[in-house]
Design a protein. Structure first.
Length: 411
């Protein structure tokens, strides 16, 4: 082989070696670039993932902040609502005169500030009703589903008065058995030569008729308030009705007429109606201790009583009875029963209404007057049966001249 050929081969081999080295370098570079690219991709992915993780935290933080802000705004608006709006939803007022029947129209007494609405009543218990007004057994019977319960203030020795009432206007039959029921209120006889005799006779009467509520108090005029409150308390606990009439055993009650009147107004609320005087002087508190109706300043500080219905007869709706009983332990007793009822009514924002159907005298009435009058005061027990028959006769013969609407007004 010639020298020149050998030189060419050597040069080619050298070039091949160089090319191979270059290829190796390029290959190595390519591999490095691939590795670098992988590293960059990995770095980019990790960066993106970090950003995503950071965004979730931000979202969570934002959500919590938003919820807290909403709660704060709710508390602010709720506080404003409590301050500026009443928390009590007013109930619909049902007029005691009725919405679907003929209305009873009465006069509301107590203008010119004579019956101001209740002042703040102390919640200090001034007397315990349950301890003061204990029942002497046997307890009276109560007819269920009654419409009217009639409480009649009586005295221990008024046997004839009670008998006359049972046999006249208080008597019911099978047709009106649940219309009304009479309950006589009496106390304990005073110590005297007749106390034992009266007690024994009274026990027989109570056992026979089961219509006497006897309290633990001494039966005197000054305890008349205790007597009536005892009746109201017992009624709320044992004999709930729709209406309650309080009267005395020297009064006549036209029970059929009263029953028909209240039937037209069974949705009565805050009802307190009777003979209410508009004469301010008649409500002046008597301080003279020699007077039967005196009240000390320690028992009642004001100079005038609020408006009240005469104790001869007043009609109460059941919600009124419950309100009076509930407030009475916080109001000091006074010995004037009807005035005390007026004080209780004032404390519960109940305004007495006056009706000319409740009268304080028994003389001078014509036959047709008995078709209109509900309670008549100062009636001798011997006249009870006569007035009962007069009222029944008047109901049949004195219908002319009055519309049906007028038949159901209080005036």
């Amino acid at each position: 082989m010639s020298l020149s050929r050998l030189r060419q081969l050597l040069c080619r081999g050298q070039h091949n070696t160089q090319d191979k080295e270059k290829k190796d370098v390029l290959l190595n570079n390519s591999q490095d670039e691939v590795e670098w690219s992988r590293y960059l991709v990995k770095l980019e992915v990790e960066t993106v993932m970090r950003k995503r993780q950071l965004s979730s935290r931000v979202i969570l933080k934002t959500s919590v902040t938003t919820v807290l802000l909403i709660c704060l705004l709710f508390l602010i608006f709720y506080t404003i609502a409590l301050v500026f709006f009443t928390p009590v939803i007013p109930m619909e007022y049902n007029d005691w005169r009725g919405r679907h029947r003929h209305k009873l129209i009465s006069k509301i007494k107590g203008g010119n500030g004579s019956h101001r609405l209740s002042e703040q009543v102390s919640k200090t218990v001034l007397w315990n009703m349950s301890e003061t007004l204990k029942v002497r057994f046997p307890e009276p019977h109560c007819e269920k589903k009654l419409v009217i319960l009639i409480l009649i203030s009586s005295s221990v020795d008024h046997f004839e008065q009670r008998k006359a009432i049972r046999n006249s206007w208080c008597k019911t039959d099978q047709n009106n058995k649940y219309s009304w029921q009479c309950l006589f209120l009496i106390g304990q006889p005073e110590d005297s030569g007749r106390s034992l005799e009266l007690t024994q006779k009274l026990q027989k009467e109570k056992g026979k008729y089961k219509d006497i509520l006897q309290g633990s108090y001494i039966d005197t005029y000054r305890n008349l308030t205790l007597k009536v409150m005892h009746g109201l308390l017992w009624a709320t606990q044992n004999c709930p009705t729709k209406f309650l009439l309080k009267t005395d055993d020297d009064c006549f009650v036209n029970t059929p007429l009263l029953y028909n009147l209240v039937l037209h107004h069974q949705d009565a609320n805050n009802l307190y109606i009777g003979s209410v005087s508009s004469d301010l002087e008649k409500r002046k508190v008597i301080r003279n201790v020699d007077n039967r109706w005196h009240v000390s300043e320690s028992d009642y500080k004001r100079d005038y009583y609020p408006s009240y219905a005469s104790g001869a007869g007043y009609l109460l709706s059941w919600d009124t009875v419950e309100k009076m009983v509930s407030i009475s332990p916080y109001i000091k007793l006074i010995p004037i029963e009807d005035a005390y009822i007026g004080v209780l009514a004032q404390a519960k924002n109940i305004i007495p209404s006056s009706s000319s159907r409740f009268v304080l005298m028994s003389d001078g009435w014509t036959l047709c007057n008995y078709a209109y009058l509900v309670v008549i005061h100062r009636v001798n027990y011997q006249e009870q049966e006569k007035l009962t028959q007069q009222s029944l006769l008047a109901a049949d013969t004195c219908r002319g001249g009055r519309s049906q609407g007028e038949m159901y007004t209080w005036n």
